[in-house]
Design a protein around this ligand. Structure first.
Ligand code: MG
Length: 134
């Protein structure tokens, strides 16, 4: 899978890369530091990702602002988007589901728990039929 990972924190990026690199199936992670950068990538020449993993708290354009733009776009709106956040804020959770997401994962503090959740997420998407990027 091609995974677009939208996250401003470098340590979080290292954690995801480390977890995914341990997985037996190879997946490509494309990284963006905020919503603006992610939109540039999605509107660029590269083929579209299979799934998007989205942080909520980011400078410039945050996750919810990005999600609104994504779901307003006739083509991009079909990309499955999973929120990956530390926010336990119920208003964020409800708003994300209202706009349209494929899942909402709260990042555990312990690395082993984080790895376990990410591996389950990857395993789930690997068995799904995905829209192949144009
Ligand atoms: Mg963040």
């Amino acid at each position: 899978m091609n995974i677009l990972f939208i996250e401003d924190d470098a340590i979080e990026s290292m954690k995801l890369n480390r977890t995914i690199s341990k997985w037996p199936v190879k997946h490509k992670i494309i990284q963006a530091k905020n919503g603006e950068e992610a939109l540039d990538i999605l509107n660029g020449p590269e083929k579209l990702p299979d799934i998007i993993l989205l942080d909520l708290n980011m400078p410039r354009m945050n996750g919810i602002e990005f999600l609104r733009i994504l779901k307003d776009d006739a083509e991009l709106r079909y990309l499955p988007t999973v929120i990956l956040t530390t926010s336990q804020n119920r208003a964020d959770l409800l708003e994300c589901y209202r706009i349209g997401i494929a899942g909402y994962i709260i990042k555990p503090l312990k690395y082993e728990d984080y790895e376990d959740k990410i591996q389950k997420l990857i395993a789930y998407w690997e068995v799904n039929e995905l829209i192949k990027g144009s």
